[in-house]
Design a protein around this ligand. Structure first.
Ligand SMILES: Nc1ncnc2c1ncn2[C@@H]1O[C@H](COP(=O)(O)OP(=O)(O)OP(=O)(O)O)[C@@H](O)[C@H]1O
Ligand SMILES: [Mg+2]
Length: 342
């Protein structure tokens, strides 16, 4: 679990994946702090009775608070060479997700290698994530997608290669420093506390446990179910609602970049549509996202760019439209796995 910056991450250099097991609940002092009322909770959310039904439908207008570009000064692209042609399943087209539209990538991985124990899991990941757009990280099971996100967050050590974020080298920083640099991480297992209410989970993601009203408006407009179930323990939410909470709690503080690991995993198709709709709303605000997704329909609906991994490497990258239009290429890169998991 990775409940979020500032909550459970120690301050020091705490990389190397030692924190797969984080506390099941927040420490007692934090629980005490959460009991104090939040003066910034909007009346609309606070007034919803705890037992109200409704789910994910509806929603109003939120404030258009964008996380775009903060902390992302213009800089020279790390990769000088043009994006290669789309190619075969190995060693071609692995760079250049920025796709030549002129903006330097907000996040760049160059030749990244990382080990888990004695296993060489990442063996050359090259990836660009352009600012203000959504990049999808795709590939078969077990090829290293989650490991890539965890390595960017400093949860696994970069043995070789570079990870640059907004012009800053991250590969020698620990997870707390990387989170403070402006990267929000929504892990595969969501990292929410089932015993705490939706409100409490959200407040844990906020600086000094205080949510800014305009930010909360924006999040509740994107994820209206959270307002409906504001006072419910998160453990009682449906799978899709939990996933929305896991996204919203990381986004409660605007960040230049979000890494999101398989948000649609295990959700029914109708719920996937709701989640994709919510993520589209975030995307329309210019949010920069690097997202792992196995559901190709969802990936196609949200992604501007795609990068495909195989065996610990990126083996193709380019516009999502190019991958969506080329079934043979998709099949060569990813086999039947993605289609089967639609
Ligand atoms: N904690 C771990 N200990 C040992 N091996 C691991 C660990 N985490 C991942 N691996 C191995 O590293 C490889 C890459 O795993 P990773 O979770 O990054 O793949 P993935 O592409 O995210 O797969 P999936 O689509 O199943 O989520 C796999 O072979 C996996 O078994
Ligand atoms: Mg994974």
């Amino acid at each position: 679990m990775f409940p979020g910056p500032g909550l459970t991450l120690p301050e020091g250099d705490d990389r190397a994946g030692r924190r797969d097991r984080l506390p099941l609940g927040p420490p007692a002092a934090l629980q005490e702090e959460l009991r104090a009322p939040d003066p910034h909770v909007p009346p609309a959310a606070a007034a919803v009775p705890a037992g109200a039904q409704g789910g994910a439908a509806g929603g109003g207008d939120g404030s258009a608070l964008s996380s775009r570009g903060a902390g992302a000064p213009p800089r020279r692209p790390l990769f000088a060479q043009p994006p290669p042609e789309t190619g075969g399943p190995r060693g071609h087209g692995a760079r250049g997700a920025a796709g030549g539209h002129g903006h330097p990538p907000l996040l760049s991985l160059a030749g990244v290698h990382a080990d888990i124990g004695r296993y060489k899991v990442l063996q050359g990941v090259d990836l660009d994530v352009p600012a203000g757009e959504v990049t999808m990280l795709l590939g078969r099971n077990g090829v290293g997608k989650t490991t890539t996100l965890r390595t960017v967050m400093g949860l696994w050590r970069v043995r070789e290669g570079r990870v640059a974020f907004a012009g800053r080298e991250l590969s020698r920083l620990g997870p707390a420093a990387i989170a403070r640099a402006g990267i929000g991480y929504v892990p595969e297992d969501m990292g929410i506390f089932g015993d705490l209410t939706v409100e409490e989970n959200m407040r844990l993601g906020a600086r000094r446990r205080r949510m800014r009203p305009e930010r909360l408006d924006w999040l509740l407009a994107a994820f209206p179910a959270l307002g409906t179930f504001w006072h419910r323990p998160a453990g009682t939410l449906s799978g899709g609602q939990k996933q929305m909470l896991s996204l919203a709690r990381v986004m409660v503080e605007p960040r230049p970049l979000y890494l999101i690991d398989e948000p649609t995993k295990g959700l029914a198709p109708a719920i996937v549509s709701v989640l994709v709709g919510a993520l589209k709303r975030l995307k329309s605000e210019g949010t920069t996202i690097l997202m792992v997704e196995q559901n190709f329909a969802a990936a196609r609906a949200l992604g501007d760019h795609a990068a495909v991994m195989d065996d610990g490497r990126t083996v193709w990258s380019g516009p999502m439209a190019a991958l969506a239009e080329d079934a043979a290429l998709r099949d060569r890169l990813m086999g039947l796995h993605l289609e089967a998991r639609r």
